[in-house]
Ligand binder design. Structure first.
Ligand SMILES: Cc1ncc(C[n+]2csc(CCOP(=O)(O)OP(=O)(O)O)c2C)c(N)n1
Ligand SMILES: [Mg+2]
Length: 346
């Protein structure tokens, strides 16, 4: 059964001393919060499992990157947001969209390229947006969303709306040049942006230790006076408390903050991945000892806040939502060829 973090809990890094930041303890969840976290993470997991199946059946083409294993990161961060806070991420984006309450039907139908998809079937897995839900994509160019997310924070500052931009990127993306140009401006102008580095230990088939001179990603803002914190990204409570700290920090006008989420992806990089760069044992160890959903389940049962049967009912309700989305995504019409030039900027 799942236990605690794979590493010691968070420590504040880089400028953390002078900023007075210290690592928060994992949040004490109420029964309702545990149940909500369980349901939300399960929805992401079941959705992704179904997307993987539909891909195998040929309903989804092109690229498709699954988020299985990393569910606690978006779920815990979403719990720390207020209305109007924005989220932007890379191509491994289905979980982020579900966390921001985009409809499972709309996401799944976009994966299958149907009219009812969030980009009307023309964007696919990596390109979905919802201004209404403050979700700004879905970006296939590694690192490109970091400057855009910094721009969202600039807009917040300009408008004086007190909202925060959650800008997600991977350990691989953290080596891209525009990340550091963004860090500089964000710090100089004290922009309300949380840089969330999802360190899942690999960029495609390259491990962090093979690609990064500094593998402690919470240090990456040191040259720009951006403090950083390492967070157990497999524990939704640790993510939530880091999210609370970071959103308060930004809303108080302190400028950007880095959260390194130590997480893990169970599946391949995308649907075609020879998986020769890591052992099955490594994956299995993470699944059996640190699974984010199993951790919540164990606490719910341990505290007698839910019975096995009640949790099975949650699973059934979630499976029904996903089955409905899959049904819709397989049967909805494809966009008409006459729409080829609509909804695009030339
Ligand atoms: C500018 C650019 N370079 C290379 C690629 C090819 N590419 C796609 S994903 C990826 C790995 C990124 O890994 P990471 O940032 O760790 O994110 P993860 O896939 O682990 O979520 C690479 C190199 C790309 N899409 N864009
Ligand atoms: Mg990675």
């Amino acid at each position: 059964m799942a236990t605690a973090a794979r590493k010691a809990p968070a420590k504040s890094r880089s400028d953390g001393k002078s900023s007075g930041l210290s690592a928060p303890k994992p949040a004490d969840f109420t029964k309702d919060e545990e149940l909500a976290a369980y349901r939300h993470m399960l929805l992401i997991r079941r959705f992704e499992e179904k997307a993987g199946q539909l891909y195998g059946m040929g309903f989804i083409g092109g690229f498709c990157h699954l988020y299985i294993g990393q569910e606690a990161v978006v779920t815990g961060m979403k719990m720390a947001l207020v209305d109007g806070d924005q989220m932007i991420t890379a191509y491994r984006d289905h979980g982020h969209m579900l966390a921001m309450e985009l409809s499972p039907r709309g996401v799944m139908a976009e994966l299958t390229g149907r009219r009812g998809g969030l980009s009307r079937g023309k964007g696919g897995s990596m390109h979905m947006f919802s201004k209404e839900k403050h979700f700004y994509g879905g970006h296939g160019i590694v690192g490109a969303q970091v400057s855009l997310g910094t721009g969202l924070a600039f807009a917040n500052r300009y408008r004086g709306n007190n909202n925060v931009s959650l800008t997600y990127f991977g350990d691989g993306a953290a080596n891209q040049g525009q990340v550091y140009e963004s860090f500089n401006m964000a710090s100089l102008w004290k922009l309300p942006v949380i840089y969330i580095i999802e360190n899942n230990r690999y960029a495609m088939g390259t491990s962090v230790s093979r690609s990064s001179a500094e593998t402690d990603f919470s240090h990456r803002g040191a040259s720009f006076k951006i403090p950083g914190i390492q967070v157990d990204g497999m524990d939704v409570r640790a993510v939530k408390s880091a999210g609370d700290l970071a959103t308060e920090w930004c809303r108080a006008g302190n400028g950007p903050l880095i959260l390194e989420m130590q997480t893990y992806r169970y599946r391949g990089h995308s649907m075609s991945d020879p998986a020769k760069y890591r052992s099955k044992e490594e994956v299995q160890k993470m699944r059996s000892e640190h699974d984010p959903i199993e951790q919540v389940k164990a606490r719910l049962l341990d505290k007698k806040w839910a019975t096995e049967d009640e949790l099975k009912t949650v699973d059934k309700e979630v499976r029904d939502i996903v089955a409905d989305a899959a049904e819709f995504a397989q049967n909805d019409a494809e966009p008409d060829p006459s729409e080829l030039w609509t909804d695009i900027v030339l």
